[in-house]
Write a protein that binds this ligand. Structure first.
Ligand SMILES: C[S@@+](CC[C@H](N)C(=O)[O-])C[C@H]1O[C@@H](n2cnc3c(N)ncnc32)[C@H](O)[C@@H]1O
Length: 220
């Protein structure tokens, strides 16, 4: 089953309808982003709800997101923060970063969000050096082939009990996890990270087949 399978598409639509309740800021955000020329690649509403819930479960004071796009997942995450908490979200594309900042302001969360212009690996590496063990949740949603590079820095950043969450761990537009090995570099990178995390004694991990697959790993 892949994202082109009717039953899977209907299942994801059902989950968004039933579990993806959202306010007007979130509902209107991606249509406006697409109008502005930003690609339609944000997480779904039910994944957003999952992110908010996970953030609340770990009483998140510091969340780090890699891949801001238009700020859709960032608003869900920011709303899951504790009082006084902070979301640091990393984005190299200036158009995306600027649009997201406007969206964060409109949604009333700008005071708890910092958009860092940069690439995932160096920003995570720097943050892991400065704030090791401080993050309550790290959400990876950027370049799949870079996920193996993000992993050690994300792990170092997390506190014990913190969550590593990664999107597209079962598929994305051009591939699904059953694509044969060697045919798609993104699939191979996702498979590698799934196996690395699942086999890492420092993590308790699972992957939810919600939309394109969300992996969740709790650092012991
Ligand atoms: C799938 S989108 C993120 C979607 C967003 N998390 C959401 O659900 O609303 C991926 C984003 O990663 C950004 N990006 C591209 N290369 C990157 C890199 N090397 N490091 C971090 N982000 C990158 C893209 O510009 C794009 O905005």
């Amino acid at each position: 089953m892949d994202m082109t399978d009717d039953r899977w598409t209907h299942t994801c639509d059902y989950l968004d309808t039933v579990f993806g309740r959202q306010d007007e800021h979130l509902a209107g955000l991606m249509p406006r982003a697409i109008e502005a020329g930003i690609p339609d690649i944000a997480v779904s509403a039910s994944v957003g709800r999952m992110l908010l819930t996970l953030a609340r479960l770990v009483d998140a004071k510091l969340i780090v997101e890699v891949g801001t796009l238009a700020g859709y997942s960032g608003i869900w995450l920011a709303r899951g923060l504790c009082e006084g908490g902070k979301l640091v979200t990393v984005e190299p594309n200036e158009v995306h970063a600027g649009f997201a900042e406007t969206m964060f302001a409109e949604a009333g969360v700008a005071d708890r969000v910092e958009v860092v212009r940069g690439y995932g690996t160096p920003v995570l590496e720097k943050m892991a050096g400065e704030r090791a063990g401080e993050a309550d949740l790290v959400f990876l949603d950027a370049i799949k082939t870079e996920y193996p590079d993000y992993l050690p820095h994300a792990k170092a950043l997390l506190r014990p009990g913190g969550l590593l969450v990664a999107d597209n761990m079962l598929g994305s537009g051009s591939w699904w996890i059953d694509t044969p090995e060697g045919e798609d570099a993104s699939r191979d990178a996702a498979d590698r990270v799934n196996r690395l995390v699942a086999g890492d004694e420092d993590f308790e991990a699972f992957c939810v087949p919600l939309r394109e697959g969300v992996m969740v790993a709790r650092k012991r």
